[in-house]
Write a protein that binds this ligand. Sequence first.
Ligand code: PMP
Ligand code: GLN
Length: 455
Amino acid sequence: MLRRSGLSLGQYFLRRKNRAGFSWYFNKTKMSRLVQARRLEGMDKNVWVEFVKLAATYPTVNLGQGFPDFPPPDFVKEAFMKAVGGENIMLHQYTRAFGHPVLVTILARFFGKLLGQELDPLTNVLVTVGAYEALFCCFQALVDEGDEVIIIEPFFDCYEPMVKMAGGTPVFVQLRPKAAEAGKLMSSGDWQLDPAELASRFTERTKAIVLNSPNNPLGKVFTRGEMELIADLCVKHDVLCFSDEVYEWIVYDGKEHIRIASLPGMWDRTITIGSAGKTFSATGWKIGWSLGPDRLLKHLRTVHQNSVYHCPTAAQEAVAQAFQREFDNYGKPDSYFVQLAQELQQKRDWLVRSLVAGGMKPIVPEGTYFLMADFSEFKSEVPDLPDSDEPYDSRFIKWMIINKGLVSIPVSAFYSTPHKRNFDHFIRFCFAKEESTLKAAEDILQQWSLEKTGQ
Ligand code: PMP
Ligand code: GLN
């Protein structure tokens, strides 16, 4: 870059210095008032930005951010290649703003069946840039200043800032761990809501509750009983439910994924959110959707049309073809959804074994491709700094990245500020990884354990 611009090192630094001088001048003259909107205050930090960068900076085995390091299935890749390279040149142009017609049609057919509800592709389905945009539209469209939104901890981190950006107030309720059965590892199912505590969070200001089953980062799959408890409270207090179901196909040990919108009284008050990234192991495609009654979705469409407006056409076409294939194979051994869960269950078990052998205490997840592990036994490695602003798990992982070459995500990132410290002895691992990656992680843990025990 220096050579291209023909500058000597001295000239380069001189220019930078001069530029710095100008910016100082402008800062001084123009920046006396607050630059950023007030609603952004306290939201500049982001765990993904920070840890994705660290994972890229050091040579590591990356079990951090949630994405498969194996390819999507062939039929999915082929559908994309056909969309981009095929005869229909219109797939390179804009399509319908609220969802490409073939995609909304198949989503309506597919999920209509699962929800026991006739879905109109034009009014009950909205295609978004990943589940992220679907969530953002929910909060922007349906949460107002002064509204309260109930969030179940631990929670996918973006719910809290999104509620706040909409002017709402997050109200937290925790999944509480009970002791595991004797001689067994703890399961994500051992983490439960206290019904009385949950009920106490519903007030006349409650506008919505966010439900995420299977849950990221814990991997909990809410039971029908737990769903019914939440549904009854929503109906009783006339509260909306934003149901983030991006891991709907990734459920283990014969557990059942329940869709809360299918419970009595819930269709009319629920937005169900999904992600092609999670569904077809293609997180970079960023195609998501919301399903719900028109009375709610029409407001999400208003946010969408005035912000993102439109999602990539070719990717939507490919996701539509992939769903059509899954529709035809539903529940059959050939179904990718069936195969994905089977393969991931083996990977889960592998990582659980590696962590136990290495001295950590994993919580066995019932769903998702994440697990939380208690690393208390490793605390002697990194000194505690009780006065530090940074939670212990975050500092521990930074140490682990640099010294052991292993990446994970601090669980404190999935808790509200007052509760972070209580859970900073957990870290989250992603196991949607090739065998070679899981083996490399196993080797690191094994070597580490040998060093710790002085063997
Ligand atoms: N919800 C949860 C629970 C997630 O883990 C993620 C991460 N992908 C999202 C929503 C966002 O999904 P997408 O990549 O489709 O935007
Ligand atoms: N959902 C993924 C995870 O939990 C990715 C999140 C992100 O990159 N923002 O790891």
